[in-house]
Design a protein around this ligand. Structure first.
Ligand code: ADP
Ligand code: 5GP
Length: 189
């Protein structure tokens, strides 16, 4: 039987990686992470094939030309992100899948998977707190942080088009609330 799909979307720094890991650790959900492809540079600690498939601009463009993506997008200048058909087709045969994408990617995936998917927007408690988290995560320089904050403001305006919205204020509460939403969709529905 084909699996179901959870689409997590949040401005960078809002906690989707942390929350996605929490969902993935619950065996009852039988979730596998869809590894996106990107042309951005690998950050310290990231593993090729696990966090992202890190591609050169040329490799990425070739895959666009060969129609290998379900969806792709230029998220920041010279930085492409996308979901490969091959990644999804192999996972969905025996698993539910979790995606971590931006708003435009989430819309495309929701259109593609329809009722088989649940889209969840994870919002930071405030823009100030988002900035604090990006600074303390210490993985982006000042320019990158500004870029992410500007994009976050645009994304938060679109949160009402999602099936569910979750505020990630207290982390434990957010983990519990998200698990409940996901459990209702994957197990009880
Ligand atoms: P994203 O994947 O959306 O970019 P991360 O999961 O990397 O976000 O979270 C960004 C930073 O904020 C990390 O350092 C993470 O540990 C921290 N963080 C996540 N959720 C919370 C929370 N509820 N309260 C405080 N810090 C948090
Ligand atoms: P980061 O560089 O911080 O890991 O991610 C930057 C942004 O790209 C995030 O908003 C993330 O959700 C988004 N993103 C990651 N993978 C994909 C993808 O496959 N497709 C789309 N459209 N966006 C993605």
């Amino acid at each position: 039987m084909l699996g179901k799909v959870i689409i997590l979307c949040a401005p960078s720094g809002s906690g989707k990686t942390t929350l996605a890991k929490h969902l993935l650790s619950n065996e009852l959900f039988n979730l596998k992470f869809s590894v996106s492809s990107t042309t951005r540079k690998k950050r310290e600690g990231e593993i090729d094939g696990k966090d992202y498939h890190f591609l050169s601009l040329n490799e990425f463009k070739n895959k666009i030309d060969n129609d290998e993506f379900i969806e792709y997008e230029q998220v920041y200048e010279d930085t492409f992100y996308g979901t490969l058909k091959s990644e999804v087709n192999s996972l969905i045969k025996n698993n539910n899948i979790i995606f971590d994408v931006d708003v435009v990617g989430a819309e495309s995936l929701k259109n593609y998977f329809g009722d088989k998917s649940l889209s969840v927007f994870i919002a930071p408690p405030s823009i100030e707190e988002l900035e604090n988290r990006l600074i303390s995560r210490a993985k982006n320089n000042k320019e990158e942080i500004n870029e992410r904050i500007n994009k976050a403001k645009e994304e938060i305006n679109k949160k009402d088009s999602f099936d569910a919205v979750l505020i990630n204020d207290d982390l434990n509460k957010a983990k519990n609330n998200l698990s409940k939403i996901v459990s209702d969709f994957l197990i009880n529905e």
